[in-house]
Design a protein around this ligand. Structure first.
Ligand SMILES: C[S@@+](CC[C@H](N)C(=O)[O-])C[C@H]1O[C@@H](n2cnc3c(N)ncnc32)[C@H](O)[C@@H]1O
Length: 281
C-alpha cells in the first residue's frame, strides 16, 4: 500500500536529503557547507538540480559523488560571487577616513580581504590605499574558498558595461582622481592596472576549515557571513579575532556585526554604522 506523502513530510525528506548531500560533499571533497544558512542553501541546491536536470537531491548527490565537474558547478552556485567595485560607497568613505588613519600609524601593515570573490573589492581597496599614499606600505591578502574566482581576481578584468556604475560608486566613495585612469578598455572588458595589485597575495582559503595564516592589522569580510548559520559565524569570528593584531580593525560593512557574538567585548566601535571595529582586548 502506498503511504500518502504530505507537504510537511516532503520538506522533512528534503531536509534529510540535504543533510546527506552535505555530508557526502564533506567526505568526498572536504568542503564543509553543513553550517551554511539553510534557506539560501536550499535555493542553490535546487538551482543546481535544474542545471543538472535531476528531480531529487539524492539524484544530484549521486552525480556529484562520481563527477568532480558537478561539484565544481555546485561550488559556483553555493559560493554566491555577486560583487561590485566600491560596493556600498559609504563603507569605503569610512574606510578611507578611519581605517587608513589607523594603518598610517604603522610603517608596514597587512590587510586581509576574506571572501574576495572575483576581485572587485580588492582593486577598490588597492586604488583607495594608493590614493592615500599607502600603496607600498600595506600588503593585501585576498582570499576566497573558490579557486576559480581567485584566478579571475588575479586577472583584474571587469565587465566594461559596469564602468559607469563603478565610476559613480568611486566618486561617492571619496575617489580622488578620474576613475578611467585606472583601466584600459579592451574587447574582453576593463583591464585594471597591474601595478595596483603587484604586491597583493591572492590565495584560496576556506573560512570554515582553514586556520589563521598570518597576523593582520585589518581584516575586511563583507557579504560573506550572511550565508553562514550562527555556529559557523562564531567560528569565523574566532578566526578573525585570532588573526588580528591588538588594535587591529575588523571591517564588516552594514550587513554583518560582531555584536551578539562571543567576541562582542573584544572590540570597540570605530564606526558603528559601517561596522568598523577595533580590537581592544
Ligand atoms: C557575495 S560574495 C562577497 C564578495 C565581496 N566581499 C563583496 O562584498 O562584494 C561572497 C564570497 O564569499 C565566498 N565564500 C563563501 N564561503 C566561503 C568560505 N567558507 N571561505 C571563504 N570564502 C567563502 C564566496 O566564494 C564568495 O566569493
Amino acid at each position: 500500500m502506498a503511504l500518502p506523502v504530505d507537504r510537511g513530510e516532503e520538506l522533512d525528506l528534503e531536509q534529510i536529503e540535504i543533510e546527506l548531500l552535505l555530508e557526502g560533499i564533506h567526505r568526498r571533497y572536504g568542503y564543509d557547507f553543513r553550517d551554511y544558512a539553510p534557506a539560501s542553501l536550499r535555493r542553490r541546491v535546487r538551482r543546481r538540480m535544474d542545471g543538472e536536470k535531476v528531480e531529487t537531491i539524492s539524484a544530484l548527490q549521486n552525480l556529484l559523488l562520481h563527477d568532480p565537474a558537478v561539484m565544481e558547478r555546485l561550488l559556483l552556485d553555493l559560493s554566491v560571487n555577486v560583487t561590485a567595485m566600491f560596493r556600498d560607497p559609504s563603507f569605503f568613505l569610512a574606510f578611507r577616513e578611519k581605517v587608513v588613519a589607523a594603518l598610517r600609524t604603522y610603517p608596514f601593515s597587512r590587510l586581509w580581504v576574506a571572501g574576495c570573490s572575483t576581485g572587485e573589492e580588492v582593486y577598490s581597496l588597492a586604488i583607495l590605499l594608493a590614493e592615500e599614499g599607502l600603496g607600498d606600505r600595506v600588503r593585501i591578502y585576498a582570499t576566497d574558498i573558490n579557486q576559480a574566482v581567485v584566478d579571475r581576481a588575479r586577472l583584474g578584468v571587469f565587465p566594461l558595461d559596469k564602468m559607469q556604475e563603478y565610476t559613480q560608486n568611486y566618486i561617492r566613495a571619496g575617489g580622488k582622481r578620474s576613475f578611467s585612469e585606472y583601466y584600459v578598455a579592451r574587447y574582453d572588458g576593463a583591464k585594471f592596472a597591474r601595478e595596483l595589485v603587484d604586491g597583493v597575495v591572492f590565495a584560496q582559503h576556506n573560512l570554515v576549515s582553514d586556520a589563521a595564516f598570518n597576523e593582520f592589522n585589518a581584516i575586511t569580510c563583507r557579504n560573506v557571513m550572511i550565508y553562514f548559520a550562527p555556529p559557523l559565524q562564531e567560528r569565523v569570528h574566532r578566526l578573525f579575532y585570532e588573526s588580528l593584531a591588538m588594535f587591529g580593525v575588523l571591517a564588516l560593512g552594514q550587513k554583518e556585526t560582531v555584536r551578539f557574538s562571543p567576541f562582542d567585548r573584544a572590540y570597540e566601535d570605530l564606526d558603528a554604522e559601517e561596522r568598523l571595529y577595533r580590537k581592544i582586548r
